[in-house]
Design a protein around this ligand. Structure first.
Ligand SMILES: [Zn+2]
Length: 271
């Protein structure tokens, strides 16, 4: 049994401010690196207890150098650094039994804590007409590789996204309630870790796990916060500009569409 973990930071218990998840946050950021690493370790512990032979952790936040390797559970491997070809999903392949998204946050425009989609320059993103955030984009990529998403952790808004997209065949661990963009009511760190460990055990005990079908062709549409961002994104070959702030790209398969999303947002952020 091979288990893949994509670990973000905004959805870790207690976290409610950008300063806590950015290297410039200093000692507060350093503290949150420990919290993130400990939640990851709880999941790794659960996976190994459930019989996993490989647990691969991909650091999926910002510069992707957040997880403290010196504190990482010795049973896990860690992918860190950027750029990575598949970004938040680097390392995923057809051989994984299950994928888990830890410390994830809700999509741009939703009432989740620190809600965004890859970047604050994105106002709204759709895949084949359905609104998606990072959870949806990454779950579809897992689906492209035939890997089911079995566990998600974060706030209650993210939980709603996960339930809608992935149905009941998934364990959702709500570690905090978003009160607004910058405020949460959180479980204790210890309780969050316990629930993540238990969630992993339950998730991997499930039978008949199903991956999401990845659409092909896949049309991604991104509405940016301002026209300068859309103008920069529109430089990507085969991209179409729909209006001042919106661009669209149709990938022959979902992997192409996923990479287009990352390229479009990367270009938009460059101005
Ligand atoms: Zn993040």
């Amino acid at each position: 049994m091979r288990v893949y973990i994509s670990a973000d930071m905004e959805g870790v218990a207690g976290i409610c401010a950008w300063k806590q998840v950015e290297a410039r946050g200093g000692t507060e950021y350093a503290r949150c690196q420990k919290l993130m690493t400990a939640e990851v370790n709880a999941a790794v512990h659960g996976a190994l207890q459930a019989g996993a032979t490989t647990v691969c952790v991909n650091d999926a936040h910002d510069g992707m150098r957040n997880i403290l390797v010196e504190n990482l559970h010795p049973g896990a491997q860690l992918i860190s650094g950027t750029p990575k070809r598949l970004g938040m999903m680097e390392g995923i392949d057809r051989g994984f039994t299950a994928a888990c998204f830890l410390g994830y946050h809700a999509r741009a425009g939703s009432p989740g804590v620190l809600a965004h989609t890859y970047s604050e320059v994105v106002h709204r993103l759709e895949v084949n007409g359905e609104e998606m955030g990072e959870l949806g984009l990454n779950a579809l990529l897992a689906g492209y590789f035939g890997v089911p998403v079995v566990l998600v952790s974060g706030d209650q808004v993210l939980a709603g996204e996960a339930r809608k997209l992935l149905g009941n065949n998934i364990e959702i661990v709500i570690v905090k309630e978003a009160l607004n963009y910058h405020a949460v009511r959180s479980l204790s760190h210890r309780q969050a870790r316990t629930k993540i460990l238990q969630g992993m055990l339950k998730a991997l005990a499930r039978k008949n796990l199903k991956h999401l079908p990845a659409p092909a062709p896949a049309r991604v549409t991104i509405e940016f916060n301002d026209p300068a961002r859309a103008a920069a994104a529109a430089i990507l070959p085969r991209c179409q500009r729909l209006n001042a702030v919106t661009v669209t790209y149709t990938g022959g398969d979902y992997l192409e569409a996923y990479q287009a999303v990352r390229s479009l947002i990367g270009l938009a952020k460059s101005v």
